[in-house]
Write a protein that binds this ligand. Structure first.
Ligand SMILES: [Zn+2]
Ligand SMILES: [Zn+2]
Length: 126
């Protein structure tokens, strides 16, 4: 599991959410729903592309890669409350739906017996 180390970027979070929930989307469509500057949109898109979270084909941007990792990137960039294990949040829940069972644990992870503070690698430093 890789955690994003880049500083939080609300612009990247917004673009990521739109493309993953409504995509594929063209740059024109994204720009139409975009409230920040066009330069910020382009910067966010190229950053997301570089991280392998979205993919561009011609003028269309589409989801790319693992949703689990993408949700965590979204939570990181948006700063919203997110499940510590799977990274789901109020706006971006688990595929089968979920709700909060703790401060940082969703029902989907609770059902699997995943404890947010328990690590699976004994050698890992907390
Ligand atoms: Zn979860
Ligand atoms: Zn969840």
């Amino acid at each position: 599991m890789t955690r994003p180390t880049a500083p939080p970027s609300p612009a990247q979070a917004a673009a990521l959410l739109m493309i993953w929930q409504v995509g594929p989307l063209s740059l024109d469509t994204l720009a139409r729903h975009w409230t920040a500057g066009a330069g910020e949109l382009r910067a966010a898109l190229s950053a997301l592309e570089a991280q392998g979270l979205i993919d561009r084909t011609g003028t269309l941007y589409r989801p790319e890669g693992d949703e689990h990792a993408t949700r965590q990137a979204y939570a990181h960039h948006s700063g919203v409350r997110a499940c510590a294990h799977c990274g789901c949040s109020d706006l971006w829940g688990c595929p089968d739906g979920c709700w909060w069972t703790g401060d940082a644990q969703c029902s989907a992870c609770a059902a699997q017996g995943v404890m947010p503070h328990r690590r699976h690698h004994p050698g890992a430093t907390p």
